[in-house]
Design a protein around this ligand. Structure first.
Ligand SMILES: Nc1ncnc2c1ncn2[C@@H]1O[C@H](COP(=O)(O)OP(=O)(O)O)[C@@H](O)[C@H]1O
Ligand SMILES: [Mg+2]
Length: 281
């Protein structure tokens, strides 16, 4: 990687899901999106439901192929998923018949950069980092949803990915658990700055977590604004940051943008309902 190669580059990416020409029309989901992300940055993709956030994140992760444009990670073109891209999804993806520690250990399984002793160390390190030391031997089907997401995060980090891709990982949790996990993620991020793309449609979550927010339009997703949160909310970030004036200001601004795009999404859905054949924009 040379000095001026960004850690992650999204270059003029567009995505259309091709229809079958019969029942399912083509859907234009992402429209010419470009961005550079620096190593260690925490970036949030924010936008209304159905705008294309997951699709863009999956494209960065190599799970979808761009219809136009390209993604470069460390200067190399992304052509498919691999262990350099660690993903955490909303649905719990841990093994229920494994214990907490076994699940985390699984993250180290395919690493060839370290030996078994070090894998054990790494697994225990992440077990502690997500605060589950006392639950190491619990089976995952016996712990709460919030704990399961912490297991998923620990397991993903234990695999030592270059980039962490998180798709609404707290979306299924109640408000209190969600806030607790946001705080914990901020803590983890303070200890080990991992380049992260975090997808959400929750305005407060976006503002409290992000160094930078990319605000997307209603479908097809285009970047309508880039919000440099870290320039406004300076200093150590934690849940108390939600009480600062800078936070209120940004939240209100972003909320206005979200309301506008959510309204456009609603109108789009209504039009599609009225004229299904006009869906292929
Ligand atoms: N594999 C697919 N085939 C066809 N359409 C898809 C596929 N995946 C997503 N879509 C459509 O693309 C649009 C954007 O979806 P998505 O990226 O999941 O949005 P978001 O994550 O912002 O809610 C939606 O209309 C969705 O139905
Ligand atoms: Mg999504």
């Amino acid at each position: 990687m040379t000095g001026d190669t960004p850690f992650l580059r999204v270059e003029n990416v567009s995505k259309t899901f091709e229809g079958d020409g019969v029942q399912h029309p083509s859907i234009h989901v992402i429209d010419n999106v470009s961005m550079d992300v620096a190593a260690g940055e925490f970036v949030v993709y924010l936008g209304p439901s159905g705008c294309g956030k997951t699709t863009l994140m999956r494209t960065v992760g190599g799970l979808e192929t761009a219809s136009a444009g390209a993604i470069y990670l460390g200067g190399e073109k992304v052509t498919g998923p691999d262990r350099r891209k660690g993903m955490v999804f909303q649905a719990y993806t841990s093994f229920p018949w494994f214990t907490v520690l076994e699940n985390i250990r699984y993250g180290t399984k395919y690493r060839d950069d370290i030996g078994n002793a070090e894998k054990e160390e790494v697994s225990r390190h992440y077990l502690e980092l997500v605060g589950l030391k006392d639950f190491a031997d619990y089976y995952v089907n016996r712990i709460s949803g919030g704990m399961r997401q912490r297991v998923a995060i620990a397991r993903t980090l234990a695999a030592s990915p270059d980039i962490l891709l998180m798709d609404e990982p707290f979306g299924a949790l109640d408000a209190q658990t969600r806030e607790f996990l946001q705080n914990q993620l901020l803590e983890i991020n303070r200890e080990e700055r991992k380049t992260t793309i975090f997808v959400t449609h929750d305005v407060e979550e976006a503002v409290v977590l992000a160094d930078r927010i990319f605000m997307f339009s209603a479908r097809p997703a285009t970047i309508i604004e880039e919000i440099k949160v870290a320039e406004h909310i300076t200093g150590e970030r934690d849940i108390a940051s939600k009480e600062t004036e800078a936070f209120f200001y940004l939240r209100n601004h972003v909320r206005d943008l979200m309301r506008r795009e959510a309204r456009r999404t609603e109108e789009l859905a209504q039009r599609e309902l009225m004229a299904p054949e006009a869906k292929s924009t």
